[in-house]
Design a binder for this molecule. Structure first.
Ligand code: ZN
Length: 397
């Protein structure tokens, strides 16, 4: 994973001069500097800064103003930023505390935890109810979606991640209740509407197919997934088809050599993914050869296994149905001529780098909000590479 993190600066001589009275109900805009004093601060470079006390000339109440990077709390944004940086890079909360102590800037484990969680809460966007578009984009034509699991208080949670697949930038990280079709549909719908996505890129799980259909989206099913599971299916079935192990091919008058050739042809089509009438006709021809294969009958209580011919009937139909979703990327272009690569790798990479990599060294989360805070914080940082790096000052005050 690639990350660039910028520490919040401390500028002891830069003050955000007040322009409006901070007290509710007062519209004062003129102030008098009443007092200056030395405020001790825990920071990586400074030990104290000059704080200002201003008086509002309208309501006569006073308030404090600190230089950039300093607030009413005892630690500077820079020191808390350093703790967040070390955590994002992979140290545990306790290890960050130890490292900072060794560097001469002690910060308790609890303070590190609070700094990380507060930064996560402040991450802009990255949630389904408040999606932010990637910098410079007015819409995201193709969004990738996928689920992963993390352990939280002994329970597995489904974390749903959506990505601008063309830019490889994360759009949202949310906990979704389950992997059921209705849940996926609503989640995809919420994000797709916010970014005006017209294509859903996903693996070939039925829930995502339904989510795309129900939301009126086109779909690109990851070509790598389909290639892999087609190869696995053919490899598993071929030894039985070669000898017509259950006689079901003979029953519909298909020779074993024909069945094997059909498997090879399916494999070739899926590997080449050349859209067009020829491929569609071939898929239809193959499927029609097995239409006569009978579905399994229930024999009393006993369930009879599916015959080889019937499996081939189902599998060829499934690949035929999948064809349009598999080859969409060959012809689809966005308004600016941008294209898709046919995989959902961008989403899988986002999950690997921004959700799983940090999680790998943990024994699970203790709070659901912490799952979101940490994952969003890291995903946000990872999305800032082409803007010069993640400016931690944006999430730490
Ligand atoms: Zn006032």
């Amino acid at each position: 994973m690639r990350l660039k993190l910028l520490l919040p600066p401390v500028r002891p001589d830069v003050y955000d001069e007040p322009t409006a009275c901070p007290y509710k109900g007062c519209k004062g805009t003129h102030f008098h500097l009443r007092q200056e004093w030395q405020k001790p601060v825990r920071d990586t470079l400074l030990t104290q800064v000059v704080a200002h006390r201003h008086e509002c000339l309208r309501c006569r109440r006073t308030f404090r103003v600190y230089p950039t990077g300093v607030s009413k709390v005892p630690t500077s944004a820079r020191l808390r930023g350093l703790s967040v940086l070390l955590y994002v890079l992979g140290l545990s909360y306790g290890a960050v505390s130890l490292a900072l102590e060794a560097l001469g800037h002690p910060l308790s484990k609890t303070a590190v935890y609070n700094a990380v969680q507060a930064a996560g809460e402040k991450v802009p966007g990255l949630r389904r109810e408040a999606v932010c578009l990637p910098t410079g984009k007015a819409k995201v034509a193709a969004m990738g979606a996928d689920l992963t699991s993390v352990l939280c208080k002994g329970k597995w949670l489904s974390v749903g991640v959506t990505v601008d697949v063309q830019e490889g930038i994360v759009l949202t990280v949310d906990i979704v209740d389950n992997a059921e079709a209705q849940t996926l549909k609503e989640w995809v719908q919420q994000v797709a509407e916010a970014v005006e996505a017209e294509v859903l890129v996903s693996d070939d799980a039925d829930g995502f197919k339904k989510a795309a259909d129900d939301n009126g989206m086109q779909q690109q099913v990851c070509k790598s997934h389909v290639k892999r599971n087609t190869e696995a299916w053919v490899e598993k079935m071929k030894p039985q088809l070669v000898k017509d192990a259950d006689g079901s091919l003979g029953a519909i008058e298909v020779k074993p050599e024909q069945a094997v050739a059909d498997c090879e042809e399916l494999l070739r089509l899926i590997r080449e993914r050349q859209p067009g009438a020829e491929a569609e006709a071939m898929l239809e021809t193959i499927h029609r050869r097995y239409m006569a294969a009978a579905p399994p009958k229930r024999n009393g209580e006993e369930k009879v296994e599916m015959s080889l011919a019937y499996r081939l009937r189902l599998f060829s139909l499934d690949r035929w149905n999948l064809w349009g979703r598999l080859t969409l990327y060959r012809t689809w272009r966005d308004e600016d001529g941008g294209f898709l690569d046919g995989t959902n790798n961008a989403t899988e990479r986002a999950i690997g780098w921004w959700v799983k990599e940090r999680y790998r060294t943990m024994r699970g989360y203790k709070r659901e909000q912490s799952v979101l805070n940490v994952s969003r914080l890291i995903a946000w940082a990872g999305g800032q590479l082409n803007t010069g790096g993640a400016d931690l000052a944006a999430v730490i005050n």
